[in-house]
Ligand binder design. Structure first.
Ligand SMILES: NC(=O)c1ccc[n+]([C@@H]2O[C@H](COP(=O)([O-])OP(=O)(O)OC[C@H]3O[C@@H](n4cnc5c(N)ncnc54)[C@H](OP(=O)(O)O)[C@@H]3O)[C@@H](O)[C@H]2O)c1
Length: 324
């Protein structure tokens, strides 16, 4: 097998495409031949030693991938050799093969494309858990999605539309806004050129959005929270802009609003049955055409450094995928 090996977590430049012995799965594990792997935000942080999880060296980055099971370890009952799977295991995906915990794999139907499957679990699980479980979104409500052309943002647009909500997508360029309209957003705001608060007032006739989905943070957070509707729910999803914002709590009082934390990985760990049911629903929605991963580009696995560079430039719409 070959893999992008990290022996020195000082950045993407230190990764080396390396030949390694193909391992055999131990109890509870499966060996997967990888067809596609997607880039998630933490993949960039982990190779720079800036992520909360610090795997022992050397390690292979690549949190999320899809492929075919080649062998199963002792005790693995729900998967078998030849089965198509998607997996989110934190590391191992930027390679031709990986050993993964069987419990982290979901079996895929035959018509689930590998490129889509590699870009599925993290973004759709996060946005489903955020909008449906944490925010209790109802049909007819208005959702503001910040960073709406990004990975979790595009998934949030599709899930909110599937729930019958009205979606205001907000992003930093006209091209990104245009892409959000193609994905089903009802209206868009370019927050680089428009005043977010004024645009929200106009679009919601002074009422404000019922739910704010925020994976960006930074200065947009307070502007969005100041605009939220009575009984609004503000979803703290991530801080792609860098600084972690603070919000004046009097705003929560004045609007009868809730600040709601979203941590899908911890939800999956603490509530595995609820998570499994949610993933099964998402796989069914994919089959019904209600959701479809937005793939910016699929590149050969050898071009991982170029893919990382594009992600670092804030230039990706949806997800970047690497294929073998
Ligand atoms: N809470 C959870 O369970 C959970 C799960 C998954 C991901 N996350 C977090 O959610 C965030 C977004 O993840 P993602 O996969 O959607 O990432 P992504 O595809 O890179 O999208 C992030 C978006 O943030 C915006 N942004 C604003 N300032 C930025 C900056 N300085 N650098 C990069 N992007 C910037 C960009 O949109 P514009 O250019 O339009 O502003 C970009 O499209 C990350 O912080 C991630 O860690 C949280």
């Amino acid at each position: 097998m070959h893999a992008w090996l990290c022996t020195d977590p000082t950045g993407v430049e230190a990764l080396k495409w390396t030949e390694l012995p193909t391992p055999a799965p131990k109890a509870g594990e499966v060996l997967i031949e990888i067809h596609a792997a997607s880039l998630n935000f933490p993949d960039l942080l982990i190779v720079q030693n800036k992520y909360q999880m610090k795997p022992p060296l050397p390690f292979v980055p690549g949190s999320e991938y899809a492929g075919v099971v080649q062998a199963v370890g002792e005790g693995v009952k729900h998967l078998q050799a030849g089965q198509r799977v998607a997996c989110l295991s934190g590391t191992g995906g930027f390679a031709t093969h990986v050993i993964a915990p069987a419990t982290r794999c979901i079996a895929l139907p035959d018509d689930f494309a590998y490129v889509d499957a590699a870009a599925f679990i993290m973004t759709y699980a996060t946005s489903h858990h955020a909008l449906i479980d944490r925010a209790q979104l109802k049909a007819g409500e208005t959702v503001l999605v910040l960073g709406a052309a990004g990975g979790v943002g595009t998934a949030a647009i599709q899930i909110a539309k599937a729930m019958g909500a009205c979606v205001i997508a907000a992003a930093s360029t006209d091209d990104k806004c245009q892409r959000c309209l193609q994905l089903g957003a009802d209206t868009v705001i370019n927050y680089s050129t428009e005043d977010l608060r004024q645009a929200l007032k106009t679009l919601t006739e002074d009422k404000g959005p019922d739910v704010v989905y925020d994976p960006v943070g930074g200065p947009l957070a307070e502007q969005a929270f100041r605009s939220i509707a009575w009984r609004g729910r503000y979803l703290v999803v991530g801080f792609a802009a860098g600084p972690i914002p603070s919000l004046p709590l009097n705003l929560a009082l004045l609007k009868g609003a809730a600040i709601v934390g979203v941590f899908w990985g911890e939800f999956a760990r603490r509530e595995p049955q609820a998570n499994a049911a949610m993933l099964a629903e998402l796989v069914a929605w994919y089959a019904q055409g209600k959701i479809k991963p937005v793939i910016d580009r699929a590149l050969p696995m050898a071009q991982l450094p170029q893919a990382f560079a594009q992600m670092g430039q804030r230039a990706v719409m949806g997800k970047l995928v690497l294929v073998n």
